[in-house]
Design a protein around this ligand. Structure first.
Ligand code: IPE
Ligand code: IPE
Ligand code: MG
Length: 225
């Protein structure tokens, strides 16, 4: 049986769900947040130590301003309402991505929340915000260059946003789309990938457990036989 240390999720399909059910993409994002809460709980139940959630990509700035504003407002109120629960449940929050571009107030709130939860050790939730794998790799190589380090696997991994985090065992992408959309390209070299037809707001604990159980049966070769 494969142990599961780290699950990464591309939470896709909110917009389509909103249009289908409530006639607005933004209400789909709100519904998606409920799935986030359920999946965090279920990750704890399954004793998985790291959960990485793709919340906003470096490419998502192309979206209409009203949708971008809504997403960040949703995040802002999620942090306000949930950060004390994070502490109660011993969840550590870490942001991966370049948050310099976010407004000052939200950036400070996120940094404060990371600080507040940094000693928690039951589950680490990595929130990928203004995250892009290509930007991450460029920033990594710049740091390596600045510190005059050799370019090797160890030095690259030490300088990624995900330093000290094991690579994802599992990637789940909901929303019936089969692509990586610039997510954790280096880190997922050997992840097992599960594409799920359901839209993110419809994804539930049962679907999640089904994937975790399927994963446990996979023979991971890493090039060996
Ligand atoms: C993913 O859902 C959530 C974010 C990008 C924030 P989408 O908004 O991409 O939903 P679809 O793919 O348009 O349905
Ligand atoms: C990926 O979904 C980004 C997030 C889930 C945050 P997108 O909906 O942005 O991906 P593409 O544009 O369809 O590839
Ligand atoms: Mg999408």
């Amino acid at each position: 049986m494969n142990p599961i240390k780290h699950v990464a999720i591309i939470m896709d399909g909110n917009g389509r769900w909103g249009l289908k059910h409530k006639k607005s993409r933004n209400l789909g994002h709100r519904a998606g947040l409920n799935t986030v809460k359920k999946i965090i709980k279920s990750t704890i139940k399954n004793k998985i130590k790291y959960l990485t959630l793709y919340a906003f990509s470096t490419e998502n700035w192309k979206r209409p301003q009203n949708e971008i504003n809504f997403l960040f407002k949703l995040l802002d109120s999620f942090i306000d309402k949930k950060i004390s629960d994070f502490n109660k449940n011993k969840i550590k929050l870490k942001i991966i991505g370049n948050i310099e571009l976010l407004n000052n107030k939200l950036r400070k709130k996120l940094q404060k929340s990371e600080q507040l939860t940094k000693k928690n050790n039951r589950l680490q939730v990595n929130l990928a915000l203004n995250y892009g794998s290509k930007t991450e790799l460029i920033e990594t190589f710049k740091k390596i260059n600045k510190n005059k380090l050799h370019i090797n696997i160890k030095n690259i991994e030490r300088n990624l946003y995900t330093s000290n985090i094991p690579d994802p065992d599992i990637l789940i992408r909901t929303g019936n789309t089969q692509r990586l959309s610039n997510f954790l390209l280096w880190q997922m070299a050997y992840s097992e990938i599960f594409f799920e037809k359901k839209l993110w707001p419809d994804f539930n604990e049962k679907d999640y457990n089904k994937i975790l159980n399927q994963f446990k049966k996979i023979k991971r070769n890493y090039g060996n036989i």
